[in-house]
Design a protein around this ligand. Structure first.
Ligand code: GTP
Ligand code: MG
Length: 279
C-alpha cells in the first residue's frame, strides 16, 4: 500500500499552489481511494472539499478528526446521517488520542483494494445538473469516465487550468459556452458563483441533518442574548406588547411617564407662542 499525504486544503479551486498540487495529483495519479481527514470542530468549512473529492469519482472515506474537542464542546455529529447524506463511509477519530485510527485505515485499505468506481450523486439544482450533464456529454471520451463529473463542473466554472488540459475543438467550445451562458442567464450570476452557492446550499442541508452544535452561553454576543429573550416563544409577544404600550404611554398624555402632552404644550405655548413670534 502506497500512502501519499497531500497539503491541507479547503477546496480544489485553482487559486492556491496547495490546491493545484493536490488536485493535479488526484486527477493524474488517480489514487485507488481518498482518506479525507476532516476537522470536526470546523465541519461546515471542511465539507466543501469533501463534496469536491466525491465528485472525482474516486472512492472517499471520511474521517471526522478532533473528536476529543468536538465531545468537549458538546457538539453532536451523527455519523450515520453523514454517511447517508454523503454516500460514503464516515468514521470518528481523534489523531491526538489515537482513537478510531485502526478502523478508518482498515476501511480505506479495503476500499482501495475493492477497485470500485463511484458515481458521484447529483447534488445541485435541476438546471445546474442539466447543464453539467450536457457538458459531460460534450466532453465525451476527452476525459476519464470516472472523472467526467468533476471535469464537467470545472469546465462549467470556466477553470482555465482545467480547460488547458482538455483539447476541445471550436464547435465543442461554442456549444459548451452556450450551455454555460444559458444557465448564467437563468440564475443571473456567473457560473463559478452558481456552483459555489449550490455547494453551500447542499452542505447546509447536510449540516442541518447531521450536526447539532452545543450553544455555549460564553460565545453569545450581547445582541444574541437580547435576541434570545425578546424572541422567546412564550415571552416574546408579552414583551412586544409591553414595549408598544410604553411607547404609547410616553407619546400620549395621562400617565406619569407621558411627555406627549407636556411636549406639545411646550411647543405650542413656549416655542411658537413666545419665542418664534418674538423673533
Ligand atoms: N485536539 C486534537 N488535536 C489534534 C488532533 N489531530 C491533530 N491535532 C492537532 O492539529 C495540529 C495539526 O496537525 P497536522 O497533523 O499537522 O495537520 P495537517 O492536516 O497535516 O496539516 P497541514 O498538512 O499543514 O494542512 C497539530 O497541532 C495536532 O496536534 C485531534 O484529534 N485532537
Ligand atoms: Mg499535513
Amino acid at each position: 500500500v502506497i500512502i501519499q499525504d497531500l497539503p491541507g486544503i479547503y477546496s480544489l479551486s485553482p487559486y492556491t499552489l496547495e490546491e493545484v498540487v493536490a488536485r493535479t495529483y488526484l486527477v493524474t495519479e488517480k489514487p485507488d481511494a481518498i482518506l479525507n481527514i476532516v476537522d470536526g470542530t470546523n465541519i461546515e468549512r471542511n465539507l466543501y472539499l469533501t463534496t469536491q473529492l466525491i465528485e472525482l469519482g474516486i472512492p472517499v472515506v471520511v474521517a471526522i478528526n478532533m473528536m476529543d474537542l468536538v465531545r468537549k464542546r458538546g457538539d453532536k455529529i451523527s455519523i450515520s446521517k453523514l454517511e447517508k447524506e454523503l454516500a460514503c463511509p464516515v468514521f470518528e477519530i481523534s489523531a491526538l488520542k489515537n482513537e478510531g485510527i485502526k478502523e478508518v485505515v482498515a476501511k480505506t485499505v479495503e476500499t482501495a483494494r475493492s477497485g470500485k468506481v463511484i458515481h458521484a450523486p447529483a447534488t445541485f439544482h435541476e438546471s445546474v445538473e442539466k447543464a453539467i450533464g450536457a457538458i459531460e456529454k460534450e466532453l465525451g471520451s476527452l476525459v476519464d469516465t470516472g472523472l467526467a463529473r468533476w471535469y464537467a463542473i470545472k469546465v462549467f466554472e470556466r477553470d482555465e487550468k482545467v480547460l488547458e488540459t482538455v483539447s476541445l475543438n471550436e464547435s465543442q467550445k461554442t456549444a459548451i459556452e452556450k450551455i454555460i451562458s444559458d444557465c448564467e442567464k437563468e440564475f443571473d450570476d456567473d457560473s463559478e458563483s452558481i456552483i459555489t452557492n449550490e455547494r453551500y446550499e447542499y452542505i447546509s442541508g447536510i449540516i442541518s441533518a447531521a450536526v447539532r452544535k452545543a450553544v455555549s452561553e460564553d460565545n453569545m454576543t450581547m445582541s444574541d442574548r437580547i435576541d434570545k429573550i425578546v424572541t422567546n416563544r412564550i415571552l416574546g409577544l408579552p414583551i412586544f406588547f409591553c414595549v408598544m404600550f410604553l411607547i404609547y404611554a410616553i407619546a400620549m398624555g395621562g400617565w406619569p411617564i407621558s411627555i406627549g402632552t407636556i411636549a406639545t404644550g411646550f411647543a405650542n405655548d413656549v416655542i411658537f407662542g413666545e419665542w418664534v413670534p418674538g423673533l
